[in-house]
Design a protein around this ligand. Structure first.
Ligand SMILES: Nc1nc2c(c(=O)[nH]1)N[C@H]1C(S)=C(S)[C@@H](COP(=O)(O)O)O[C@H]1N2
Ligand SMILES: [Mo]
Length: 365
C-alpha cells in the first residue's frame, strides 16, 4: 500500500483538513482553523469512533426502550421523532483530548488540543422519550447503547464483542441538556457522527453522547458496563481511599489557538492571543493568561455568545517587550469556583487532561 492515510473514510466523508489520528475506525482531530469559529463546521468537527460505522438504514432502524419501565417502546425513526423537539448548541470534548502532551506518554489516541467542538444538535428530548416509557419507581440509570460493536483486545479486554454504551443517572438523562439528535448544524446527521440517531449529553465528556443509538435500557441499580469502569473512568479519593469512578462532567479548560504552538510574534508589536474556554454546564467566569510561564497573570476579555454547555471565545491584547522564547499559559475558572490544576494528577489515568499546558512561542526582535 503506497499510502497509509487516505482522505476519505469508509463513512465516505473526506478529511477536510482534519488530522487523521486513526484511519479506521475513523478518528479525526480538528485543526486550529476549525477551532476558531464559535460554531464548529460539521466537516471540521472531530470524530471519535471505537468501531466501524454500523450499517443502519432509516427503514430498518428501531429504537427500543426496555428494562425498568412501565411501557417498553419499540419506535421507528418517525415514531421517535414524534416526541417533543429539542435543539441546542453543545460543546463536546473527548475525555482523552490533550493526551499527546502527557509525559510520560500513555496509550490511547494521541489527541492534541482539537478533540473538541461546538455544534448545534437537534432532534427530540431524551426526557420526553423516557416519559413515554415511564421509568418505574427505583429506576437508577439510563443505559444508551450504540449499534456499533466489536471485541476490545485490551488489556483490559472486553467480555467478547460488545456494543459501545454508556449509563447515565436518570436525573441527568431527564435534564434539558440531553437530547437525541437527528441533525447536526441543521443538516441530517452524517454516518460518522451517529446517523440516524445519537445521544447528546450536554456538559459531560463526549463518551456519554452515544452515537448510532438503537437501544435504551433503564436499570434499577448502577450500571457497571465496560465503557465506564475498565475504560473512561478515573480514581477518586473517597476519604483518602482510591475508588474507580465513571467520567462525567467536563472539567474547566482553556486552550490557546493564536499564536499557536511554535507561533512567531514580533517584539513591541501588538498581537492578539485568542482561544476558547469551557467548563461543562457551568458558566466560564474568567480566563487568565500568563505570557511569562505563570509568574504573572492577566484577565482576558470574554467575547461572543455565552450559552450553557458551550465554550466561550476569548481574546487578549499582548505587546511583547522582550525578544526570545515565551511560554504562554491560559487558565479557566468557572462560576462554581473550579479552576485548572497546575500539575497533572496521575489518578486521572489517561483522561480529563486540563492541567496547565504551555504554548511555546517565539518573540522575534
Ligand atoms: N456508538 C458510539 N458512540 C460514541 C462513540 C463510539 O465509539 N461509538 N464514541 C464516543 C466518544 S469517546 C466521543 S468523544 C464522542 C465523539 O462524537 P463525534 O464523533 O460526533 O465527535 O462520541 C461518543 N459516542
Ligand atoms: Mo471521547
Amino acid at each position: 500500500m503506497p499510502f497509509a492515510v487516505r482522505s476519505r473514510g469508509q463513512d465516505g466523508d473526506a478529511t477536510n483538513g482534519r488530522i487523521v489520528r486513526m484511519q479506521e475506525p475513523r478518528n479525526l482531530e480538528t485543526p486550529i482553523d476549525g477551532l476558531l469559529p464559535w460554531q464548529t463546521k460539521t466537516h471540521q468537527h472531530y470524530v471519535r469512533s471505537h468501531f466501524a460505522v454500523p450499517k443502519i438504514t432509516a427503514d430498518d432502524f428501531r429504537l427500543t426502550v426496555t428494562g425498568h419501565v412501565e411501557r417498553p417502546l419499540n419506535l421507528t425513526l418517525a415514531d421517535a421523532k414524534a416526541t417533543n423537539e429539542a435543539r441546542r448548541p453543545v460543546t463536546l470534548e473527548c475525555a482523552g483530548n490533550g493526551r499527546v502532551f502527557l509525559a510520560p506518554a500513555v496509550p490511547g489516541l494521541q489527541w492534541g488540543i482539537g478533540g473538541v467542538g461546538n455544534a448545534v444538535w437537534a432532534g427530540v428530548s431524551l426526557g420526553a422519550i423516557l416519559e413515554r416509557a415511564k421509568p418505574k419507581p427505583g429506576a437508577v440509570d439510563v443505559v444508551l447503547i450504540g449499534a456499533d460493536k466489536g471485541p476490545i483486545a485490551g488489556p483490559p479486554s472486553s467480555p467478547g464483542p460488545i456494543h459501545f454504551d454508556r449509563g447515565i443517572p436518570l436525573a441527568k438523562a431527564k435534564s434539558d441538556e440531553c437530547l437525541l439528535a437527528t441533525t447536526m448544524n441543521d443538516e441530517p446527521l452524517r454516518p460518522a457522527h451517529g446517523a440516524p440517531l445519537r445521544a447528546i449529553i450536554g456538559g459531560w465528556y463526549g463518551m456519554a453522547s452515544v452515537k448510532w443509538l438503537t437501544q435504551i435500557v433503564v436499570t434499577d441499580r448502577p450500571y457497571q458496563g465496560f465503557w465506564q469502569t475498565l475504560d473512561y473512568s478515573n480514581w477518586q479519593r473517597i476519604g483518602g481511599v482510591p475508588s474507580l469512578m465513571p467520567l462525567t462532567e467536563m472539567q474547566p479548560k482553556a486552550i490557546i489557538l493564536k499564536p499557536g504552538l511554535d507561533g512567531v510574534v514580533r517584539v513591541n508589536q501588538a498581537t492578539d492571543i485568542v482561544g476558547k474556554a469551557w467548563a461543562g454546564m457551568a458558566a466560564v467566569k474568567s480566563v487568565e493568561v500568563s505570557t511569562d510561564a505563570g509568574t504573572t497573570w492577566q484577565m482576558v476579555e470574554l467575547v461572543g455568545e455565552e450559552k450553557p454547555g458551550c465554550w466561550r471565545s476569548w481574546r487578549m491584547a499582548w505587546k511583547p517587550t522582550k525578544a526570545g522564547p515565551a511560554s504562554l499559559l491560559a487558565r479557566c475558572t468557572d462560576a462554581t469556583g473550579r479552576t485548572q490544576p497546575t500539575t497533572r494528577d496521575a489518578d486521572r489515568r489517561s483522561y480529563t487532561i486540563n492541567h496547565l499546558i504551555p504554548t511555546d512561542v517565539t518573540v522575534r526582535g
